[in-house]
Design a protein around this ligand. Structure first.
Ligand code: SAH
Ligand code: TYD
Length: 406
C-alpha cells in the first residue's frame, strides 16, 4: 500500500500506463541499451484530494546539465511571463529594495524582466545548461534544487523575499512539505508566494492524459493546495485560471491571515465540488476516457497509414512521450518529429526512438499529416503554419478528442 505523500492516507490508484521512459530523455543510438524505464501510474487521495504519481522518479535523473526543456522556445509563453513579471513588479512598487525569488527559473524567461528593471532577484535552477542561459541573460541564478535548507541559506545571504514565484515546477517536486517549509521560512510577513501549474480540473475536462509523465509528480486542485498550505501556516488568497499549458491554475499564497482572500477562491472551491473533483468515481471515469482516446488515436493513425499518408509529429514535447509509448507508436507510424529545440534535434524520442529533426525539415517538405504534440501551443502554431494548410496538409489532434482538421 502506497501512502499519500501529502497527508499520509491510503492512496487510490486509478491508472497505470505501464513502463515508461524519461519524458525529456531524448537520446542517441549509443544510449538505447541503457535507457531507464519506470512504471507510470497515478493515484488519487480521497482525503487531501492530491492526485499523484505512485512511483516518482528521483529528481537527479530528470533535471541535470543536459535538460532538454528550454522555456523560451514558445513566443506566447515569453509574452505570458512578461505580463506576469509586470503585474508582480507593479505589486511590489512602493516597497524599499524588494527581493524576488523564483524556483525553477529555467532560461530566465520570467526573471530577466526583473533583471532589466534592476530589481533584486535570484533564480533557483538545478538544470545547469538552462541556468547558464539565464546567467548569460543577466539573471542571478543558483544551480541547486530548492529545499528548506537552501531557503535558510538564502535568508541569511539575501534577507526575506517579497515575492516567491514558481511556474510549472511545484508539481515537479515530490518533497513538497520541505519546499513549503522553505517558503514559510523565506517569505516576508507581507510577501506573496505565487505559483502556477497544469490544473487537474482541466485534465479531467479535456482528458489531457499526456500531462501525466515523470516530471509531473502531482496534479493540483485548489483543495489539495489548500490542505498543503494550511499545514505550513500559509493561505491561498487568490486563484486565476490560465489558458497556458492546456489549462493551468495560478495560486497566490500569503502567510495565514495576512492578506484578504479574494472571492475567486470561494468560486473555485464551489466549481471543484460541482465538477465532482472530490469523488473517486471521477478518476475512474477519466481512466475510461483515456483508454477510449488511445484506441481512437491508434485506429485513426492506422487508417491514415493504410491510405499511404505520411505522418510526422509536430513538437517533441514531454507530453508526447506518454502518448507515443502508451499507443505503441514507432517510426513506422510517425516518420519523425519536428522540433525547434537544438538540443533535441538529431536525437531520438524516449522509448519509441522516433528521430527528432529540425523544424527546417518540416518546412522543406510538408508531410500529409502533422500529429500535433504541442497542442497547448495551438494558437501560436496555427498562426504560423498557413503554408502547411495551403499545401493541403492536415492536422491530427487527440485533445480533447481525436480529430483531423485542415
Ligand atoms: N518555470 C519555467 C520552467 C519550467 S520546467 C517555465 O514555466 O517554463 C521546470 C524547471 O524546474 C526545470 O528547469 C527544472 O530544472 C526546475 N526544477 C525541477 N526541480 C526543481 C527543484 N526542486 N527546485 C528548483 N527547480 C527545480
Ligand atoms: P511544451 O509543450 O511547452 O512542453 P512540454 O515539454 O512540457 O510538454 O513543449 C513545446 C515543445 O514544442 C518544445 O520542444 C518546442 C516545440 N515547439 C516547436 O517545435 N514549434 C513551435 O512552434 C512551438 C511553440 C514549440
Amino acid at each position: 500500500m502506497v501512502k499519500c505523500r501529502i497527508c499520509g492516507s491510503e492512496l487510490l490508484p486509478f491508472i497505470s500506463f505501464g513502463q515508461m521512459p524519461i519524458a525529456n530523455g531524448f537520446l542517441r543510438e549509443s544510449s538505447f541499451a541503457d535507457e531507464f524505464f519506470f512504471e507510470l501510474a497515478v493515484a488519487f487521495c480521497t482525503r487531501c484530494q492530491m492526485t499523484q504519481l505512485l512511483h516518482p522518479v528521483e529528481q537527479e535523473r530528470l533535471f541535470h546539465e543536459n535538460y532538454a526543456f528550454y522555456s523560451s522556445t514558445s513566443v506566447r509563453m515569453a509574452e505570458h511571463f512578461e505580463r506576469h513579471a509586470q503585474a508582480v513588479h507593479k505589486h511590489l512598487s512602493g516597497r524599499k529594495d524588494p527581493f524576488v525569488l523564483e524556483i525553477g527559473s529555467n532560461d530566465g524567461i520570467l526573471l530577466r524582466h526583473f533583471s532589466v528593471a534592476g530589481v533584486r532577484h535570484l533564480g533557483i535552477e538545478p538544470s545547469a545548461n538552462v541556468a547558464e542561459v539565464a546567467r548569460n541573460a543577466g539573471v542571478q541564478t543558483v544551480s541547486e534544487f530548492f529545499t528548506e535548507q537552501l531557503a535558510v541559506d538564502i535568508l541569511r545571504q539575501h534577507g526575506e523575499a517579497d515575492a516567491i514565484l514558481a511556474a510549472n515546477v511545484m508539481c515537479h517536486i515530490p518533497y513538497l512539505h520541505d519546499v513549503f517549509s522553505g517558503v514559510k521560512t523565506l517569505l516576508a510577513k507581507n510577501g506573496l508566494f505565487v505559483f502556477e501549474d497544469p490544473y487537474m480540473g482541466a485534465i479531467l475536462e479535456k482528458t489531457s492524459y499526456d500531462q501525466i509523465y515523470d516530471e509531473h509528480a502531482y496534479y493540483f486542485s485548489l483543495h489539495s493546495i489548500q490542505y498543503l498550505s494550511r499545514k505550513h501556516g500559509l493561505e491561498v488568497v487568490d486563484v486565476e485560471a490560465l489558458s497556458v499549458h492546456g489549462g493551468s491554475m495560478r495560486y497566490t499564497l500569503s502567510h495565514d491571515g495576512e492578506v484578504a482572500r479574494s472571492e475567486a477562491v470561494d468560486a473555485l472551491e464551489a466549481a471543484e465540488i460541482h465538477q465532482q473533483m472530490h469523488r473517486a468515481e471521477s478518476y475512474d471515469s477519466l481512466r475510461c476516457r483515456i483508454e477510449h482516446s488511445r484506441n481512437n488515436l491508434i485506429e485513426t493513425v492506422s487508417e491514415l497509414r493504410d491510405q499511404g499518408k505520411q505522418i510526422v509529429g509536430y513538437g517533441a514535447t514531454s507530453k508526447s512521450t506518454t502518448v507515443i509509448n502508451y499507443c505503441g507508436f514507432t517510426s513506422k507510424e510517425i516518420e519523425y518529429i519536428s522540433d525547434t529545440t537544438p538540443i533535441k534535434q538529431g536525437k531520438f524520442s524516449p522509448g519509441a526512438h522516433i528521430p527528432i529533426l529540425s523544424y527546417g525539415r518540416f518546412l522543406e517538405k510538408y508531410p500529409d499529416v502533422a500529429l500535433l504534440f504541442a497542442w497547448n501551443h495551438s494558437d501560436e502554431i496555427m498562426a504560423k503554419e498557413k503554408g502547411f494548410r495551403d499545401a493541403g496538409g492536415r492536422w491530427l489532434t487527440y485533445i480533447p478528442e481525436v480529430r483531423i482538421f485542415s
